[in-house]
Design a protein around this ligand. Structure first.
Ligand SMILES: *[C@@H]1O[C@H](CO)[C@@H](O)[C@H](O)[C@H]1NC(C)=O
Ligand SMILES: *[C@@H]1O[C@H](CO)[C@@H](O)[C@H](O)[C@H]1NC(C)=O
Ligand SMILES: [Zn+2]
Length: 476
């Protein structure tokens, strides 16, 4: 044990040194860096050997790929739709079984497991300095209807495996390492995305709203949570909130959900920013009428107002001049929805995203102006223009980007810095912790459908980069 301990402490130094390598090198030019001497004295090894020792440590990181694949496959069987599709809805019977499966794996990895009032699950590997804020990683395992088995899952099962990788290598963390399984990243049941991480970030309006939130079957959030064994003692969900600074770093491993890495043949994406969505609902009302009898000059067609607004959204998005601004009208409903009836009501749901909050908010303002103008011109009533959410985008933390880049380099993996255009729990963790993300390629960029796929090799690479980045951050 004692020789193992020495070895571990030495790894601390090596990886710690690597993280601050560039900083020490700069100061060493100005005056001898005293920390290098201390490290040499303490480790008993001359520092010039450190490169080969780092590479020994990096080569010793081995992922049990087959075991991990088996776990991914097994988790996918907790589903309410037939394979290869996966449907796993918050607090359903299958979700509860899947949660049990995750907690069991955390236990087998030697993590101490805790759950909060909404079922965010935390598995902690206690570090040598447990009083320091831990480094966290994690993702979600809920799955929208008829989706695939990799979205989110890679960031939970892969994170538990990353811990196992580090344990097998003999590594001992300084800061504790924590795996988080977030509750309800998908908005399927209660219409709220990233429910668990939003609450962790301390969003009080959400904690209040959840007291009266119901699902499509009129089952309240709290009743649903209780049926899954959560929120037992209290209606007040503020116990879930975490203080800013609870973690020194949060890093999420995820499939890209886009085609770039696969098309360019690159192994790892290091995320520098997460675009943030805003959602808007719009309703127009007109007089409707018979499609034959009402003549064109007399009409006020709520459907045409909606059509015109959909085109206006596209125009305002393109006016931003940036490829990073996007806008989508994903829902356009007409009432009464008959071929021979002029639409008397129309309902649009608009999603717009950007990594630049100001630019995105400009799109929202212009869309609002257009809605008003169109309503006047077409003599319909703009009965609703409601901003459902307007989350700020997040930038990744410099140290976490550097840790992921350094890990990729040391593992001889190609990587590129990129933007996450989909959002993730990381967007909300960024409010309470420095944040970063690691992407791996996925087949044709498919996600949210059964064809979603990442190769074993890509998953293995992602887990290794995560493990090494966690090791570095834990010594930070
Ligand atoms: C939903 O449930 C609540 C309380 O049980 C009840 O008061 C309400 O009428 C229900 N709403 C619908 C639409 O069924
Ligand atoms: C990366 O490549 C270098 C140079 O070819 C080699 O020495 C090193 O062992 C490789 N590292 C890993 C983890 O494969
Ligand atoms: Zn996801």
């Amino acid at each position: 044990m004692s020789s193992r301990f020495c070895h571990c402490s030495f790894l601390h130094l090596l990886i710690g040194l690597f993280i601050f390598g560039s900083t020490s090198a700069i100061s060493a030019h100005e005056n001898e860096d005293p920390t290098i001497k201390t490290m040499e004295a303490f480790s008993g090894y001359p520092i010039h050997e450190s490169n080969s020792l780092i590479s020994d440590f990096v080569s010793s990181l081995s992922v049990e790929t087959q075991t991990l694949q088996n776990q991914i496959d097994e988790l996918s069987t907790f589903s309410d739709s037939p394979a290869p599709s996966v449907t796993r809805i918050l607090y359903s019977e299958k979700d509860v079984l899947a949660r049990r499966y995750i907690k069991n794996l955390m236990g087998l990895a030697g993590l101490s497991v805790r759950e909060d009032a909404v079922g965010n699950i935390f598995g902690r590997w206690i570090g040598d300095e447990p009083e320091l804020p831990p480094v966290a990683t994690g993702s979600h395992i809920d799955a929208i209807p008829y989706s695939g088995k990799y979205d989110g899952v890679i960031g939970v099962l892969g994170a538990i495996e990353a811990i196992n990788v580090l344990k097998r290598s003999g590594f001992k963390p300084k800061r504790s390492l924590e795996v988080i399984m977030f509750t309800s990243e998908e908005p399927t049941r209660f219409g709220i995305s990233c429910l668990g991480s939003r609450l962790l970030a301390g969003i009080e309006t959400l904690a209040n709203n959840l007291k009266s939130t119901v699902d499509g079957q009129n089952i309240s959030f709290l009743d649903a949570a209780r049926s899954a064994g959560y929120a037992n003692d209290q209606d007040d969900l503020s116990s879930v909130f975490l203080k800013k600074g609870s973690y020194s770093a949060f890093i999420e491993l995820h499939i890209e959900q886009g085609p770039i890495l696969e098309e360019e043949g690159i192994s790892i994406g290091v995320v520098t920013a997460i675009a943030a969505p805003a959602s808007i609902t719009v309703d127009f009302e007109g007089n409707g009428g018979h499609a034959g009898a009402a003549l064109m000059p007399t009409r006020n067609d709520a459907g045409l107002a909606a059509a015109e607004l959909a085109l206006a959204v596209e125009k305002h998005v393109l006016e931003s001049g940036s490829i990073d601004t996007v806008g989508t009208v994903g829902i356009l409903e007409l009432h009464p929805g008959a071929i021979n009836s002029i639409p008397s009501r129309s309902h649009l749901e608009i999603d717009t995203r950007d990594i630049d909050e100001k630019r995105r908010n400009t799109v929202i303002e212009k869309t609002h102006q257009s809605a008003t103008t169109i309503a006047n011109k077409r003599r319909v009533k703009l009965s609703e223009f409601k901003i459902i959410n307007q989350d700020p985008p997040a930038l990744s933390d410099k140290l976490i980007i550097e840790a992921a880049e350094a890990a990729s380099k040391e593992l001889n993996l190609t990587y590129k810095k990129m933007i996450s255009r989909a959002y993730h729990d990381s967007l909300f963790m960024a409010r309470i912790s420095p944040m970063g993300m690691i992407f791996i390629p996925c087949y044709k960029g498919y996600s949210h459908k059964p064809e979603e796929f990442s190769s074993r090799e890509d998953i293995t690479n992602g887990v290794k980069v995560l493990a090494l980045a966690l090791a570095k951050l834990s010594l930070n």
